[in-house]
Each structure stands twice: as structure tokens, then as C-alpha cells.
Design a protein around this ligand. Structure first.
Ligand SMILES: [Zn+2]
Length: 87
């Protein structure tokens, strides 16, 4: 792969290949993203709007949700009740 022009800023990024669904390293130039698809065995253009999210949704939202707060409140009530019953 030859990229001409020394002034072109290259940006390396990871994209999900629409052809095979694999994560491949790609190079962004002039609003175009080119990456090597191992399955196709050649460099292919990727849609520019493919951006890897910084984190999978499952890892996000570590802060307390209303659900976890309710869980905590319930366990606290349970603890208090057990204390009352034991005395
Ligand atoms: Zn691919």
C-alpha cells in the first residue's frame, strides 16, 4: 500500500470490517478510511462513520443506577429488620 503526499495526515484507528465483522487496523486519510481485510486479502475502503466506541456498553454505567440504589436500600432494610428480630 502506497500513500502519496507527505503532508497528508494519517490517523490510525481500529474499525470493524463490514465484510467479515473483524476488527482491523485502518488508516484514515481525507475523510476516507482504508484498512486491510485479511479475509478478502486486500485493502478495502470503510465507511467513515464507523467509529469504535471508547467502551462497550456493558462496561459503561459503572455509576449507581436507580436499580442498584433500590437494591442497596432493600438490603439495608433487610439488615435492620434482622437486627430488630434478633433482639
Ligand atoms: Zn474484513
Amino acid at each position: 500500500m502506497i500513500i502519496g503526499g507527505g503532508v497528508v495526515k494519517l490517523k490510525r484507528l481500529w474499525v470493524v470490517c463490514p465484510a467479515c465483522g473483524r476488527k482491523v487496523e485502518a488508516v484514515a486519510t481525507d475523510g476516507r478510511v482504508k484498512g486491510y481485510c485479511a479475509v478478502r486479502g486486500q485493502y478495502v475502503d470503510f465507511p467513515v462513520d464507523i467509529n469504535m466506541p471508547p467502551m462497550p456498553p456493558s462496561f459503561a454505567g459503572k455509576h449507581h443506577t436507580p436499580e442498584s440504589k433500590a437494591k442497596m436500600a432493600a438490603s439495608r432494610q433487610k439488615y435492620l429488620r434482622s437486627q430488630l428480630e434478633s433482639s
